[in-house]
Ligand binder design. Structure first.
Ligand SMILES: Nc1ncnc2c1ncn2[C@@H]1O[C@H](COP(=O)(O)OP(=O)(O)OP(=O)(O)O)[C@@H](O)[C@H]1O
Ligand SMILES: O=C(O)C[C@@H](O)[C@H](O)C(=O)CO
Length: 325
């Protein structure tokens, strides 16, 4: 089953949200207290998705705010060289800093992220910095849930969503729930529900949908039942290594298994999944195939050290899918 986009649009995808720095532990299988060296990468979920999609060949843009410092300049240059249009990444003028994410790899199953995100530049993106003329050129607006955590980024995203709806741009909501950026689950649930109700496509993990619904044990069927009362017509629910589902409003349900691999760390799975899933959908490969693309891309990224730099090209994903039929 295919999903259709407005083919007259110049950009395939414009993401909005954070572009930050990941500092990934070089020493594996040890706690962060004992980790002495880290490698620097561009990070931040929507930046990773933008880079992944651009690497696959989509025409991608980004709306965000960068610190006016060495980290901000590193991020802008890396993204531009990866093929992302950075013309709408504004530079903060008030001394706000770049968000940092230190990763800890205690074992392939036990990974965590330590975030430094106090007063970060990305959450200072203002509604006036979201340009309708730019956004209307895209097939997709990709919204990352974390960008809703604080004002004025929250209002900037809400403005982008309403401009997207006015201009025939599909809204894709990647739930991307990071607890430390929110005051409470109640607060998250309010803003997640608001954007979810206006989104065409949602992508999230089982647990993230429970946060959105402010419940402990929702079922996939309950979630999609609620979402289909609003704008959504495609809901992707990821169940980690157990695989993922896509529910279409027509009633069709698709399932994909994950691709077993030698896992180095688990973070980056969600971002690589979203970039390849959306790539396949935009290229008209159909929902079933898009799930496979997402899963194969995630499998490649969890076997590598970074999230952004490790994003695969289309041939690598196609090769893995062909090898495992
Ligand atoms: N250990 C694994 N081995 C292979 N593939 C995996 C593994 N874990 C996850 N995946 C793949 O990645 C997809 C997304 O994983 P998951 O549901 O953990 O997303 P996520 O929690 O958003 O990821 P992240 O840790 O990046 O936030 C899964 O649907 C699966 O296809
Ligand atoms: O999203 C973040 O801010 C951190 C990411 O860049 C990190 O690589 C990760 O968590 C990916 O899931």
């Amino acid at each position: 089953m295919n999903y259709t986009f407005n083919i007259d649009k110049e950009f395939d995808l414009i993401a909005i949200g954070r572009a930050c720095i990941d500092l990934n532990a070089n020493e594996y299988n040890r706690p962060m207290e004992e980790t002495m060296t880290f490698t620097k990468y561009v990070g931040g979920s929507p930046a990773n998705v933008a880079i992944g999609s651009a690497k696959l060949g989509l025409k991608v843009g980004f709306i965000g705010k960068l610190a006016d410092d060495q980290h901000g300049r590193f991020i802008e240059r890396y993204m531009r060289e990866a093929g992302v249009d950075t013309s709408n990444m504004v530079i903060d003028q008030e001394g706000h800093k770049t968000g940092l994410a230190f990763t800890e790899i205690k074992s392939p199953e036990e990974c965590s992220i330590l975030m430094y995100r106090d007063n970060v530049a990305d959450l200072h993106l203002a509604p006036s910095e979201v340009d309708e003329e730019y956004l209307k050129k895209s097939k997709i607006l990709l919204v990352s849930g974390t960008a809703l955590a604080k004002s004025p980024s929250r209002e900037a995203v809400l403005k982008a969503v309403s401009l997207a709806k006015r201009n025939d741009v599909k809204v894709v909501f990647e739930l991307d729930y990071r607890p430390y950026t929110w005051n409470s689950i109640e607060e998250t649930s309010v803003y997640y529900s608001l954007v979810a109700e206006q989104s065409d496509i949602l992508i999230g993990t089982r647990d993230e949908y429970d946060v959105m619904e402010n419940t402990e044990k929702g079922t996939n069927e309950e979630i999609v039942g609620n979402l289909f009362k609003h704008s959504s017509d495609l809901v992707v629910i990821k169940h980690g290594v157990e695989g993922s589902y896509a529910y279409a409003k027509s009633g069709k349900v698709f399932k994909a298994k994950s691709y077993k691999t030698k896992v180095l760390k688990t973070f980056g799975a969600g971002d690589s999944y979203a970039s390849a899933f959306l790539y396949a959908l935009v290229r008209g490969k159909g929902i079933e195939s898009a799930l496979k693309f997402g899963s194969a891309s995630a499998s490649i990224v969890v076997s590598k050290h970074s999230s952004s730099e490790a994003m695969p090209v289309a041939e690598e994903i196609e090769g893995l899918i062909a090898e495992r039929v």
